[in-house]
Design a protein around this ligand. Structure first.
Ligand code: GUN
Ligand code: ZN
Length: 428
């Protein structure tokens, strides 16, 4: 058992922040051998109970749940900042040629190691990530994540058409490879598998159907894909699947809409699409830096809320421009202000933070497991320095409420704020 003394941020079941200014976080091994939070709260109230337990003193810092990135592409680490006229030219000219290199296990492993170092520096402790179409890219990422003790989800990309040599896979073999990877990796330590059709335009109907059959056979495996990101992409998808009720409907028809299905972007949706998301239990990964960078559009937070559709935040690197959850939360705020609904939403700072921690974990079906610091949660957390830069020190000293403090961190923060990232009770 170990105690940590600092300010503590966590969230209650109503999505509201709970903040102990002088807090205590108590971590111990559970019956499965995992390091979990066993107690948390005000230091003065808890100190007598844990007087004999070794305590790390981090006063002046804030312990907060590790961030959860709901959608990122580890093989696109080196694609960040590639200029293009929009999604489809960006894929063709930069992304596919780069992803073709991941047939090589050693190369894949070297990028995976760099990627996980970056996540850690930025305070991201769980990610749902695309690999590439090469099974070796999945194995490399799982092996690297396992060595680090991470809770981590990935999958082999399925793309059997409209894709260049080097990334295009073959329908039957792609499904055989997917099932073999599920059996090898899903549920090993803290790892999980995601069935990963890239997006409808690059999968044949047979490949999507096969993916849907695997999703039915392995109900606790995740599904991840892209949808309704870009107008040219939508036109293309509708031409290829003229019988579907909408782009999203293509996935529904293939049996790919269910709990634990995560669709990136979900920008250009109708009300019926949002209702289909809500009814099926599928969730959206909102990727604001990517959507701004690629000029894709604005996620409509108000319409999503009105339909009861669930969502969380994501970087979408390399369409996204940063691994930093602070940059993602700030971009989400700006998108909410300027979004297509023209409601000029002011998303509350604590709600942005919730969407990138507890809310993202819940959307992944990992509520109570990661993304929070309530008792029972795995001990993945960040230690933040609210005075990490001169402007932050100046600003945070003048804040008068928790919302103001969190907003200062969101607007001015980056990886310099993240002093430590603790994974499974092990500090960096
Ligand atoms: N749609 C299909 N593939 C991709 C991808 O790699 N990135 C983004 N942003 N959208 C996609
Ligand atoms: Zn993506």
């Amino acid at each position: 058992m170990h105690c940590y003394r600092a300010s503590v941020l966590r969230f209650d079941s109503q999505r509201q922040p709970v903040f102990d200014n002088d807090g205590l976080l108590v971590v111990d091994q559970n019956e499965n051998g995992r390091q979990v939070v066993v107690d948390v709260g005000d230091h003065a109230a808890l100190k007598a109970r844990y007087a004999e337990v070794p305590t790390t003193d981090w006063r002046g810092r804030i312990m907060a749940p590790g961030f959860v990135d709901m959608h990122v592409h580890y093989p696109q680490t080196d694609v960040i900042g590639a200029p293009a006229d929009g999604l489809l030219p960006w894929l063709e000219n930069y992304t596919f040629p780069h992803e073709a290199r991941f047939y090589d296990p050693a190369y894949a492993r070297s990028v995976a190691d760099f990627f996980f170092d970056e996540l850690q520096r930025h305070g991201v402790t769980t990610a749902l990530t695309f690999a590439t179409s090469h099974p070796a890219s999945v194995t490399a990422a799982f092996e690297a994540a396992r060595e680090r003790g991470l809770r981590f989800i990935t999958g082999k990309v399925l793309q059997d058409r409209h894709s260049p040599d080097g990334v295009r896979d073959e329908t039957e073999q792609s499904l055989i490879d997917t099932e073999a990877l599920i059996q090898r990796w899903h549920g090993v330590d803290r790892l999980g598998y995601a069935i990963t059709p890239r997006f409808a335009p690059t999968s044949s109907p047979a490949q999507l159907r096969g993916a849907g059959e695997l999703a039915a056979k392995y109900a606790d495996v995740w599904i991840q894909s892209h949808v309704a990101e870009n107008l040219d992409e939508i036109r293309w998808a509708r031409e290829l699947f003229p019988d579907a009720a909408s782009y999203l409907g293509i996935y529904g028809d293939a049996g790919l809409m269910r709990q634990r299905a995560i669709y990136a972007h979900c920008i250009h949706f109708s009300h019926a699409d949002r209702v289909l998301m809500q009814r099926s239990g599928a969730v959206a990964a909102v990727c604001p830096t990517s959507n701004l960078f690629l000029g894709s559009g604005f996620f409509d937070f108000a319409a999503a809320d009105a339909a009861g559709m669930r969502y969380g935040l994501a970087s979408d690197v390399g369409g996204g421009t940063s691994f930093s959850p602070f940059k993602t939360m700030l971009a989400a705020y700006c998108v909410g202000r300027e979004g297509q609904s023209k409601t000029g939403l002011s998303l509350r700072p604590s709600q942005l933070w919730w969407q990138h921690t507890t809310g993202a974990a819940e959307a992944l079906g990992l509520g109570g497991v990661v993304g929070n610091l309530q008792p029972g949660c795995e001990a993945d957390f960040v230690v933040l320095n609210p005075e990490a830069t001169p402007i932050l020190a100046r600003k945070t000293q003048q804040t008068n409420s928790l919302e103001e403090l969190l907003f200062a961190l969101i607007v001015l923060g980056d990886e310099r704020v993240v002093e430590r990232t603790v994974i499974a009770g092990r500090p960096s």
